[in-house]
Design a protein around this ligand. Structure first.
Ligand code: PMP
Length: 379
């Protein structure tokens, strides 16, 4: 059987221990046994998110957690700010508009990040702004936002700070309480090494107060229902039972290694990946001031079609990387360093990238990327 190495920014590799947990017989969710899992999952998520806030589990992909945040906090006509640095910033805009919010967008070119000072300017000019929506790791461009700086700005205002951390949790530092993040939306299938199916939302008391006033239409994603159920260690609807059970195991793995130790690992993997790209003459899309440790976006040489490159890597060699989205389709590839993968997975991915680039006619010294990554890993 061919290898199936996922170097994609979600879903990520599921390690054998978690495959075992996912294969366990299903249990009923309205039982003390499931309550024990639910409690442990919530405690583990609080550890990873560095928060004492409530955490609610939903059965959905990451976008469900984003939608739950929007419809549970806002009322039609509410003024909000969205920091748009790529595809997932655009998703915040679309969601906020779908629920009738009055959206002010701060748009930056792909590869850059929105600065706290730009958000401050808008917040200072209008005290009636209810929420600021940002993306921790903009997966489409490989950019990380300065959440700490943005949190410092937003906490001085009546607005709440809502962070899409779908591809950041467990990979990029997020100090929810320390940085005054009011809502974190994320999911199971990236840093937490599981299949898609569980999403979660952490909610601060400041956001909770806004939630109580929200009049946006909602039903399944109404976080008030989740709050009420959580008080009884329960969920309002049938949870993704098997994935919640495996989430407990995943969070144990994270705790055993230690979240800060893991963050260092991703920093090292990112450094190696970037070094490899540069040694191959592939420029990095993200500005160095905001480059992500979760995913590296590299620009391909003219004449090399990124879609074709990714297809050959996947179909011929069993190694999946992501291509570009929208205007970057065919022009970049993205290699993720999140979840269970290690240095040897990255080296395998880089050597495959080199092989296919060579076959596609790009001229460079074979082995240069692998050597640069090795050197960066060991420096
Ligand atoms: N936000 C970010 C930053 C993401 O990377 C993704 C998934 N690529 C999403 C939101 C959407 O998550 P999902 O596809 O699980 O709904």
């Amino acid at each position: 059987m061919k290898r199936n190495l996922l170097l994609t920014p979600g879903p990520t590799q599921v390690p054998p221990q978690l495959c075992e947990a996912l294969g366990r017989p299903i249990i009923h969710h309205r039982t003390p046994q499931f309550q024990t899992y639910l409690k442990e999952a919530v405690e583990g998520l609080k550890y990873v998110l560095k928060t004492k806030n409530d955490v609610y589990l939903l059965a959905s992909s990451g976008t469900g957690a984003m939608e739950a945040s929007v419809c549970s906090l806002l009322s039609p006509g509410d003024k909000v700010i969205v920091a748009d640095s790529g595809k997932f910033g655009e998703r915040w805009i679309e969601l906020c508009k779908a629920y009738g919010a009055d959206v002010q967008v701060i748009k930056v070119p792909w590869g850059k990040s929105v600065l706290p000072a730009d958000i401050k300017k808008l917040l200072d000019a209008d005290k009636s702004i209810k929420a600021v929506f940002v993306t921790l790791c903009e997966t489409s461009t490989g950019v990380t936002a300065d959440i700490e700086g943005i949190g410092r700005v937003v906490k001085e205002t009546p607005a709440v700070l809502v962070v899409d951390a779908v591809s950041g949790v467990g990979v990029t530092d997020l100090q929810t309480d320390q940085w005054s993040v009011d809502v974190v939306a994320s999911a199971s299938h990236k840093g937490l090494m599981l299949p898609p199916g569980v999403a979660f939302v952490a909610v601060s008391p400041k956001a909770e107060a806004l939630m109580q006033k929200s009049t946006a239409p909602k039903y399944y994603f109404d976080l008030k229902k989740y709050k009420k159920a959580a008080a009884q260690t329960d969920t309002p609807f049938t949870p993704a039972i098997g994935i919640v059970i495996a989430l407990v195991e995943s969070l144990k793995m994270v705790r055993e290694t230690g979240i800060d130790h893991l963050l260092k690992k991703y920093e090292r993997l990112a450094k190696g990946t970037r070094a490899a790209a540069q040694a191959l003459g592939l420029s990095l899309l993200a500005d160095p001031s905001c480059i992500s440790n979760a995913v590296t976006a590299m620009t391909l040489p003219a004449g090399v079609d990124g879609e074709k490159l990714a297809k050959i890597m996947r179909d011929t060699h069993g190694i999946s990387v992501a291509g570009g989205q929208d205007q970057l389709k065919g022009k970049i590839i993205r290699i993720a360093h999140m979840g269970v993968i290690d240095e040897y997975d990255i080296l395998t991915g880089i050597s495959c990238l080199e092989k296919v680039l060579k076959e596609m006619g790009y001229s460079f010294t074979l082995g240069a990327g692998v050597a640069a990554a090795q050197k960066a890993f060991n420096s």
